[in-house]
Design a protein. Structure first.
Length: 242
């Protein structure tokens, strides 16, 4: 198996889920006592969140890229960034780390294409919903998916819930009801499904429990990473993530 670098801690709540999903996926596919060969760097989220709020994306990229390079030195052959929002600087992190990065929007877009949908809503942090360069542009360009974002008041509620509750391990019924209301309003505007585009939202909403199509970016990203780990590594093309 290929060895995967997991760059997480943003927040650790979802990174713990990634760890579980990656190991469960490998065990399911390989059987026996097999588990995922991982190198993990888990950051202190507080300074990263501050860089986000202050728009200091270059500082965040430098910090995360250096950690990614450490994962490469420790033997990682590829990189998963266990957060949607920080994919804003994914290219910079990939370059600094010297590792191929499995982009979360590609895994999500592939699932949406497979479901035959053309227009989906997006829930995530304010940054992810309002800055198309993070995932929206990539979904449109590479997967042909049209993306709708919630209205301003709904974006504010979703963002606050992520940082004030989900990232702190608080999962409550009022938040679940509020998110379902946002999803209903996106569906009324034409969304055929909704992306759970923050890696913590799957703590609140389980796609299996809803008839309306929900695309959990965390699970889809982890599933793509398991596929990558179990592929034969081609020394002649070490950056091939297909």
């Amino acid at each position: 198996m290929r060895t995967l670098g997991l760059l997480g801690g943003m927040s650790w709540e979802s990174t713990a889920v990634y760890y579980r999903l990656l190991n469960q996926g490998v065990a399911r596919r390989c059987g026996g006592l097999h588990s995922a060969p991982l190198r993990i760097a888990s950051v202190d989220f507080a300074p990263v969140a501050q860089w986000q709020s202050q728009g200091q994306w270059a500082a965040a990229a430098q910090h995360l890229g250096a950690l990614g390079a450490g994962l490469w030195q420790a033997g990682a052959q590829g990189l998963v960034l266990a957060t949607n929002t920080m994919h804003k600087v994914a290219d910079d992190i990939e370059a600094r780390a010297g590792l191929p990065l499995l982009h979360i929007a590609d895994a999500t877009g592939a699932a949406i294409r497979a479901a035959g949908l053309r227009c989906v809503g997006l829930l995530g942090t304010r940054f992810t919903m309002e800055d198309p360069s993070i995932v929206i542009d990539r979904l449109r360009e590479r997967s042909g998916v049209e993306v709708l974002v919630p209205a301003a008041a709904d974006r504010a509620r979703v963002h606050a819930t992520i940082y004030d509750e989900l990232c702190r391990g608080v999962v409550g019924e009022p938040a679940r009801a509020a998110f379902l209301g946002v999803i209903d309003r996106l569906a009324a505007r034409g969304a055929q499904g909704v992306i759970l585009g923050c890696t913590e939202i799957m703590l609140l909403l389980d796609p299996a429990q809803h008839a309306f199509p929900l695309f959990d970016s965390t699970t889809l990203h982890a599933r793509a990473a398991v596929d990558w780990m179990l592929q034969d590594n081609d020394p002649a093309n070490p950056r091939d993530l297909s």
